[in-house]
Design a protein around this ligand. Sequence first.
Ligand code: C5P
Length: 322
Amino acid sequence: MICRVKTPAKINLSLDIVGKRDDGYHLLETVMQSIAIYDTISVKILDKSTDFDGAYQIKITADNPTFPCDMRNTCYKAAMKFALIYEEKLSHRINKKENVNNLLKDKQITIRIDKKIPQSAGLAGGSADAAAVIIALNNLLDNPFSYEDCLTIGVQIGADVPFCLTGGTILCKGIGEVLEPIDAFNTMHVVLVKPNFGLSTPWVFSKIDIKNLGARPHSSSVIAAVIENDIEKLSIHTANVLETVSIKERPVLQQIKESLNQHGAKMSMMSGSGPTVFGIFESKEAAGNAVINLRKNKDYGRFYIASTTTINHGPQVIMMQK
Ligand code: C5P
């Protein structure tokens, strides 16, 4: 049995912090937007190998040999959480000694990750991969979980996973689990610039002073701008409160924002906790020209620079064989 899922990255069109929970998580108001850069996740349910004597055998491989494929991987966490909740759901039938097929503790789950989304980038690559694993396992097991159940499993893996299970343009609240879809943006042309370093999300959040956030977005105006497809209005009302921390740590991020604007971006901002900075352009040609010009900048020599577009969907099953 194999299920292959194409799962998109996201950018944050705005990001505000409106409170903090007792467990340290921050309460957000953020407009998240899917973009056309995808990882491909292939999930198989196979017989457990005879040399494996534990329960829940989960094996991960990736196209990039340096990518961590152990318990730290969000795909591993998603598969394990899914398996445990699935088996708890079936426990009354197992207790009655009913013959239940496909018990995951007796199986091997193999996950192959083909990465195109830059890592530690603020583009939700890990969350997108976790969402794909949940969708693939649910499909392979004939949908034991509703969409809402999948969101509940997802938020236990990471705050961005509920959005990644859904995709499109969404106002996300809570820690990211309260989703209010927004009428889809027309296609927007986006240029991404990710420097050759990562930024740790927990570190960025740990440095934020919620009493002194600096420039904050005006969320209702951001949503209106998104609905009206008005980039100029968006640029006036949007902000990402995490920029202060990230730009202070890495001033090159401010430089990248300015470079994007000089090369024709109608607005530029950091995505999530960074370090990726994106610019929104009026046309495909303008975005393409900006990529060419930014790549000429020697200071950005080892940076990831790419153009893409906004999309109005989330993960898609592209292959299913039972
Ligand atoms: O949930 P996720 O793994 O994406 O979050 C990583 C870390 O970022 C959390 O452990 C927390 O420190 C921080 N975070 C936060 N508030 C959020 C999302 C993430 O403080 N809403």
